[in-house]
Design a binder for this molecule. Structure first.
Ligand code: AQP
Length: 332
């Protein structure tokens, strides 16, 4: 298919911590399925990361690491545009403009804002509040058709669609209205310690979170300690959130159905089951860990990928921005 006829895919991950199994199964693992037939933009969203206070040296290091993880998870920089958000200034520019087309009431209803302001009560800044308008800008800049994300981002994506439609109504067609791509089988991986809450990279309890780069020993230990329930049967059910979460993870790595998993562990206790989940997960992530370690040795290569990605992204972003500026009435 000619490059210009391809549909456009955009997504991003914040370099706000060591990435988790949730980031992997809910988002990054799905990115590469679009590489061949779509024009894909995958961004390290550092502007979003500073809505929560970051240690500068850590943020810089994690920006390289997130890019390396994209590649270690199978994203070829020759087939995907991989870049860092702050390297393309149109994100911040369109972010500001869309702030002016996003309503206070809409932003107040965002559950992520409510959750994050509860967790960061000492730093409820304006950026945390307007985060969804910047996310809308990220997506709309590239005239995106499809946005692969976990279910926690659905509300933000719907807001991006509403803002795009509002802008189009005022000024005539400017932005493509994007669709979400939310994986049905791994849309929300839960905490291992509190299985009714999302697994989050900023969770202070290390036992709750599997990191993509955890050693096999760490993965095994964390699964062994995972919270289950007082029964012993491996069965998928809403009233067994811990076991159901482990089954979801096991299914993602083995391709087995829930029925097959229930049969496999029939009559066995949770101990055997947790060991099997740990083995499947640690082995499934081994190639990613090895490739990540190799890529991190070559900082110059990572910088070359960032630079090429930013140049490609810039070309697309500039085209949308010039249209937006003209429609609003800015002098070019
Ligand atoms: N637990 C999860 N299950 C499925 N998908 C998930 N995602 C995140 N956690 C899970 C998806 O990963 C992508 C990138 O997320 P992000 O880094 O932009 O921010 P987030 O959703 O706020 O992720 P975290 O891990 O919870 O970060 P912190 O702790 O910094 O807030 C998104 O597509 C998201 O849906």
């Amino acid at each position: 298919m000619a490059e210009n006829d391809k549909k456009i895919v955009f997504s991003g991950v914040q370099p706000s911590g060591n990435l988790t199994l949730g980031n992997y199964l809910g988002a990054i693992k799905n990115f590469s399925r679009f590489s061949e037939d779509y024009k894909t933009f995958y961004c390290v969203v550092d502007l979003h990361a500073i809505t929560v206070r970051q240690v500068p040296a850590e943020l810089r290091k994690r920006t390289y690491e997130t890019l390396a993880l994209y590649m270690a998870c199978g994203l070829d920089p020759e087939k995907n545009t991989l870049f860092v958000q702050s390297h393309v200034p149109q994100h911040a520019e369109l972010g500001w403009i869309l702030d002016c087309y996003t309503m206070f009431g809409e932003l107040s209803r965002m559950t992520q804002f409510k959750d994050k302001s509860a967790k960061n009560a000492q730093n409820i800044n304006a950026g945390l509040f307007t985060y969804p308008a910047l996310m809308a800008a990220d997506i709309l800049l590239y005239q995106t058709d499809i946005v692969p994300v976990g279910i926690d981002q659905k509300q933000h994506l719907e807001l991006a669609r509403d803002v795009a439609a509002r802008f189009n109504l005022i000024y005539s067609d400017t932005f493509k209205i994007p669709e979400g791509y939310i994986p049905t089988d791994t849309m929300k991986i839960m905490s291992l310690q509190e299985p009714t809450a999302k697994m989050s990279k900023s969770d202070p309890n290390e036992n709750a979170v599997i990191r993509i780069l955890d050693s096999k020993d760490d993965v095994m230990r964390k699964f062994k300690r995972a919270v289950t329930d007082s029964e012993t049967s491996v069965r998928y059910s809403e009233d067994k959130p811990g076991v159901s979460n482990l089954m979801t993870i096991y299914r993602a790595f083995t391709g087995k159905t829930f029925e097959e998993i229930e049969r496999e562990f029939d009559g066995k206790g949770y101990g055997d089951f947790k060991l099997a989940v740990g083995e499947a997960c640690a082995d499934g992530l081994k190639d990613v860990r090895d490739e990540f370690a190799r890529l991190m040795q070559d900082k110059a290569y990572l910088e070359a990928v960032m630079k090429k990605g930013a140049e490609e992204a810039y070309g697309y972003a500039r085209r949308t921005m010039s249209k937006v500026r003209r429609k609003i009435g800015f002098v070019n």
